[in-house]
Design a protein around this ligand. Structure first.
Ligand SMILES: [Zn+2]
Length: 235
């Protein structure tokens, strides 16, 4: 045991309401690029925030569609040990996951208590008639065969707000948390980063991340590879 010392393991063993706050670093081990990292989409393409806006979806639906298909979808990606261990803790009724990731891997891993804070690429619906459509169909055709309306992934675009249901559920989990574990995110993107302010003030806060984080709360920094950490963590 290198990364998970006995005191940390005990904290996980004793916690009854763990909340994982997670981001892109969880999915890079599954081959999904971190869009905000040095080589990521946002630095290669300065207009990415515009491409991923509802305004652009309306103005140029074909280019929006092509951009999403080429840059966001990794349908062959599989969950890794981070998803699996966190998911197992949710199955034990001791944890919930609030993620910024839109890649569906927590759902594939069978996570029971899950908030996709920024939505989910693999949940697709028609903007005209609001019917849900299988994502395989969307990747073949951006037009809803049922009504002719435009299909879209149910992700939160840059000019859209977080759905109130996601916020309400996140706050409920955080208010009863006894252990908050930040994984694979620098907690710089708002409003996600602000969730930390709504935690149970008695909760212990731990961050597992390659780069040291600066947070406005008292926390323990575990500056390690999250794959290594969760490989060693016993759940
Ligand atoms: Zn429709």
């Amino acid at each position: 045991m290198i990364n998970v010392d006995a005191a940390i393991q005990t904290q996980f063993d004793q916690a009854q309401h763990i909340v994982f706050l997670t981001g892109a670093g969880v999915s890079t081990a599954s081959g999904i690029p971190d869009f905000r990292s040095a080589n990521g989409l946002y630095t290669q393409n300065k207009n990415a925030e515009y491409y991923l806006s509802h305004a652009f979806f309306k103005a140029d639906p074909q280019e929006f569609y092509d951009f999403c298909k080429q840059n966001l979808y990794f349908p062959d990606a599989q969950p890794n040990v981070i998803h699996d261990k966190q998911s197992e803790l949710t199955n034990q009724g001791r944890a919930a996951v609030i993620t910024q990731n839109i890649d569906n891997l927590y759902e594939v891993a069978g996570t029971q208590e899950l908030v996709d804070f920024h939505g989910n690429l693999f949940h697709v619906s028609c903007e005209k008639c609001h019917q849900s459509v299988d994502w395989h169909d969307y990747l073949k055709n951006r037009i809803h065969q049922g009504c002719g309306g435009p299909l879209r992934p149910d992700i939160v675009l840059y000019d859209e707000g977080i759905p109130s249901e996601a916020i309400t559920r996140s706050l409920a989990y955080l208010q009863q948390a006894d252990l908050v574990v930040i994984v694979g995110t620098s907690m710089r993107v708002y409003p996600f980063a602000g969730l930390l302010n709504y935690r149970n003030p008695q909760a212990t806060v731990i961050a597992v991340n390659q780069e040291a984080l600066s947070l406005p709360v008292k926390f323990e920094m575990i500056q390690e590879d999250a794959v290594q950490f969760f490989s060693e963590l016993e759940v």
